[in-house]
Write a protein that binds this ligand. Structure first.
Ligand code: GDP
Length: 526
């Protein structure tokens, strides 16, 4: 095998999907702890403030350095290199989450044993399904009372439409939680609570028939034997192919806060999770072991250092090897750039990338020329697709306090909207600047950043827009006619694409009916 293939085969690039409070942050810390990436669990915590209140978010902004480095975490386990891509906890940042999910090869779904399948998990699973992303499942908080495991797996199967293959099975829960039985290794891992960042391997009892089990578990030993028999008969067996095609999810049970069940998860990633696969570009499929480098930008995050307006573009490498100082082509603008100072996200600090491989994420310093969705190649014109923009549901008109700052406002809005969390719309009929967002927090954040980073003060006016649709037509003449007739409701988005601004759902529906030759799209793929 070539050196490149060896590196590709040991990469595992994934994200965690869950409903808030299921334990994503805790699991992230523990994965890093066990993966040896950080000394002390806890450094991931600071970011959580993000979803509590705007003021916390502002505070967090000051610590942006931390949040950028923790957006991507690289660590090792069993000779594999794992890249964990974090997604923002706050639902107002969901667009960012969706895009991040386009850059992973698999996902870890975390479910709270007491809550089961929750709203956000359902949404995120829908996104994973678009690319048939393989899913591992961790059912968390077994140290607390929760729902019956069988019932939970039923719920996952019926609500999320994916088969469950239990890999481990819990022995009791809450106060009676004694550990898990590994169905395929035929061993019991005994639970003992560890709250601190200690790494301790669980005590293992080999074999379900082992008399030692009766000594340790007492009545629960026999209960376990009966339950396992039942589970084996009633549940799906693990099958690698079905997992890789997104039809079946291996399920693990544990308690993240007690470091219990985490090593089994890491083992599963190393053993079963997919290495980078060929990725679809508009022109063709691009295999990771192609000699030539390629990658795409799925996220832009601003100002680690506000004084320098340092914006980092996160690029997922799709093929070839990245070497420090190499020249790559910025396909959209057709320019070659030499990348001497890309950053990597090992451990809890940023450092300069010397080399990186498919599946890895590198950060490029962006001075306004890189947008979400941009492709970079080592020669060769490619465009990776599939990064979605969603029609926002909230809109505000931006009103400048000092009219003389108009240019700075334009620049600020253009740059901030390039990050992709908010979108800018310019009506054809006037000079309004309309900001669209999926969550209301984004407006506050934008105003705050305009002030601190661009020295522009603005306020927002309510505006009667309910949603937008990107419009296109196969027949250019029809599109021209539509443009004339619907002129007052049309705008350009930040990328110069035509959008229809609808005042209400009814208005949108009527317009769609009136113009059958026009396509109204709720998403725009980059
Ligand atoms: P996130 O919102 O998904 O990132 O969730 P967190 O990791 O912040 O966890 C939410 C809450 O659940 C916190 O108070 C955690 O301490 C707690 N928690 C996480 N894992 C466990 C667990 O295994 N057992 C118990 N009892 N609590 C947990």
């Amino acid at each position: 095998m070539s050196a490149l293939s060896t590196e590709i085969n040991r990469r595992r690039t994934f994200a965690i999907i869950s409903h808030p409070d299921a334990g994503k942050t805790t699991i992230t810390e523990k994965l890093l702890l066990f993966g040896g990436a950080i000394q002390l669990a806890g450094s991931v915590k600071g970011r959580k403030a993000a979803r509590h209140a705007t003021s916390d978010w502002m505070e967090m902004e000051k610590e942006r350095g931390i949040s950028v480095t923790t957006s991507v975490m690289q660590f090792e386990h069993k000779d594999c290199i794992l890249n964990l891509l974090d997604t923002p906890g706050h639902e107002d940042f969901s667009e960012d989450t969706y895009r991040t999910l386009t850059a992973v090869d698999s996902a870890l779904m975390v479910i709270d044993v007491a809550k089961g399948v929750e709203a956000r998990t359902i949404k995120l699973m829908e996104v994973c399904r678009l690319r048939t992303t393989p899913i591992l499942t961790f059912i968390n908080k077994l140290d607390r009372e929760g729902r019956e495991p069988i019932e939970l797996l039923d719920e996952v199967e019926s609500v999320l439409k994916i088969n469950c293959a239990p890999m481990t099975w819990p022995i009791g829960m809450g106060k009676r939680f004694k550990g898990v039985y590994h169905l395929y290794k035929d061993e019991v891992l005994l639970f003992s609570p560890h709250h601190e960042g200690k790494i301790a391997e669980a005590e293992v009892i080999k074999g379900l028939d082992n008399p030692k089990l009766d000594e340790v578990l007492k009545d629960q030993a026999e209960e376990l034997r009966e339950e396992i028999e039942l589970v084996k008969g009633a549940s799906h067996e693990f099958n690698l192919e079905d997992y890789l095609s997104g039809q079946l999810t291996p399920v693990f049970f544990g308690s993240a806060i007690n470091n219990f069940g985490i090593i089994e998860l890491l083992d599963a990633f190393a053993e079963y999770a997919p290495a980078p696969k060929p990725r679809q570009a508009e022109q063709r499929d691009v295999a990771p072991d192609e000699g030539k480098f390629s990658g795409f930008v799925f996220k832009i995050q601003a100002n680690m250092d506000p004084a320098h307006r340092d914006r980092i573009a996160f690029m997922r490498i799709c093929s070839g090897k990245f070497d420090k100082g190499m020249k790559i082509n910025h396909v959209r603008i057709g320019k070659n750039i030499q990348v001497g100072n890309a950053i990597t996200f090992q451990a809890d600090s940023r450092k300069n990338v010397e080399e990186a491989y498919p599946g890895d994420i590198i950060g490029l310093h962006n001075h306004g020329t890189i947008q979400v969705g941009d492709t970079f190649t080592q020669g060769g014109k490619l465009k990776f697709g599939g990064i979605p923009y969603f029609a926002p549901e909230l809109f505000r008109r931006v009103v400048l306090k000092d009219p003389l700052r108009s240019k700075a406002l334009q620049k600020g809005l253009t740059q901030l909207t390039e990050e992709g969390a908010t979108q800018l719309f310019k009506p054809l009929k006037n000079n309004d600047l309309i900001l669209g967002a999926v969550g209301v927090l984004q407006f506050d954040v934008t105003a705050h950043r305009l002030k601190t980073e661009y020295n522009v003060e603005c306020v927002y006016d309510a505006i009667g827009i309910n949603t937008v649709r990107w419009v296109s037509a196969d027949d250019p003449a029809k599109l021209e006619e539509f443009k004339r007739k619907a002129y007052d409701n049309l705008a350009e988005d930040g990328g110069g694409y035509l959008v229809y601004l609808a005042n209400s759902r009814v208005n949108l529906q009527l317009t769609e009916e009136r113009w059958p030759d026009i396509q109204f799209n709720a998403t725009r793929e980059l």
